[in-house]
Design a protein around this ligand. Structure first.
Ligand SMILES: NC(=O)c1ccc[n+]([C@@H]2O[C@H](COP(=O)([O-])OP(=O)(O)OC[C@H]3O[C@@H](n4cnc5c(N)ncnc54)[C@H](OP(=O)(O)O)[C@@H]3O)[C@@H](O)[C@H]2O)c1
Length: 290
């Protein structure tokens, strides 16, 4: 099976490249190699490589900046997904597209199932919802929503916390927003399985098992990183309400995803988020090894 990955230089793209199954002939295109918002570029790439499946790991992911740069967000997260879906269908390829818990408004009190009503509260969330709709215009597409994606690559909550915990004497972290972390490596594994199962179409959810607030997650990062020698000392991490940490875009108060249907369809088990965090931290170089 030949699989084309877009956004191959990003956090998720890097994990997809590193976990490519031996049965897959990989075409990994980073932003320089393929700009998905350029419809002719998309046509040329798919015509040249003729993949059986495309995993779209490319996206505009600057959540707060998207309020100002909404045209770029909608172009990359919405229109471009339409180009990919149309060209994929034209060449008989299946599109596996990645989306986000930010399509929900966060007012739920129990995990969101894939059929739950989307109601984004931000330009980023709205542009990603548009992308889902554009992907699903092609009936062979699968959309996989994830939440709070982290890995050793790039800037994400875990790598940012590790840096700040090394630099500061104290941190304050929001304790009234609950979600499920998703290790990009386990998400990549699930996407590879979807790529190979063209009969699994429509919307799916995936995250690690369990849920936490950002504050609980920060405490776990500090504890596990200290145990592994990634941090020299523990600092006070104080809980604050969302109102004490204003951001241009309000994050969902509750955005736990229900991944049960994905587990059943792919015959996979979720790993508790604390264990996934430990596995990711095991991949980080300790200061002594640098
Ligand atoms: N990160 C999270 O917490 C999170 C949570 C839920 C869902 N997701 C979803 O997961 C997916 C992967 O996100 P990620 O965390 O891996 O983000 P990321 O690290 O920001 O990677 C996105 C990649 O897309 C590339 N890109 C941007 N515009 C492009 C374009 N026009 N054409 C081709 N490539 C382009 C970026 O390249 P440049 O850097 O050169 O622009 C970057 O390499 C996205 O769909 C995102 O919405 C992420």
């Amino acid at each position: 099976m030949r699989v084309l990955i877009t956004g191959a230089g990003g956090q998720l793209g890097s994990e997809l490249v590193e976990t490519t199954p031996s049965t897959v002939e990989l075409v990994a295109l980073d932003h320089n190699a393929l700009d998905i918002s350029d419809s002719e570029d998309v046509h040329r790439s798919i015509a040249a490589h003729r993949p059986d499946a495309i995993i779209n790991a490319a996206a505009y992911t600057a959540v707060d900046r998207a309020e100002e740069e909404w045209e770029a967000a909608w172009s990359i997260n919405g229109d471009a997904v339409g180009h990919l879906a149309r060209e994929a269908a034209g060449f008989g390829a299946r599109l596996v597209h990645v989306s986000t818990d930010f399509v929900f408004d966060g007012t739920a009190t129990e995990p969101y199932c894939p059929q739950a009503r989307a109601n984004p509260r931000s330009e980023y969330g709205a542009s990603k919802l548009e992308g889902e709709l554009r992907a699903l215009e092609s009936p062979s597409s699968a959309v996989v929503r994830a939440s709070r994606v982290f890995s050793r690559h790039g800037d994400n909550f875990v790598t940012t916390m590790l840096r700040l915990m090394g630099e500061r004497d104290e941190l304050t972290v929001v304790d009234d927003q609950t979600g499920s972390p998703t290790w990009a490596r386990t998400l990549a594994g699930v996407l590879w399985r979807f790529a190979a199962r063209p009969e699994l179409t429509g919307i799916w959810h995936w995250s690690d098992a369990g849920s936490c607030t950002w504050h609980e997650w920060a405490l776990a990062i500090q504890e596990q990183a200290t145990e592994r020698g990634l941090l020299e000392r523990a600092i006070p991490i104080k809980p604050v309400p969302t109102s004490g940490f204003p951001t241009p875009v309000a994050r969902p108060a509750y955005s736990v995803l229900d991944s049960a249907a994905t587990c059943a369809a792919l015959d996979v088990e979720q790993v508790p988020w604390e264990d996934a965090l430990g596995s990711m931290l095991d991949q980080m170089p300790t200061p002594a090894s640098l």
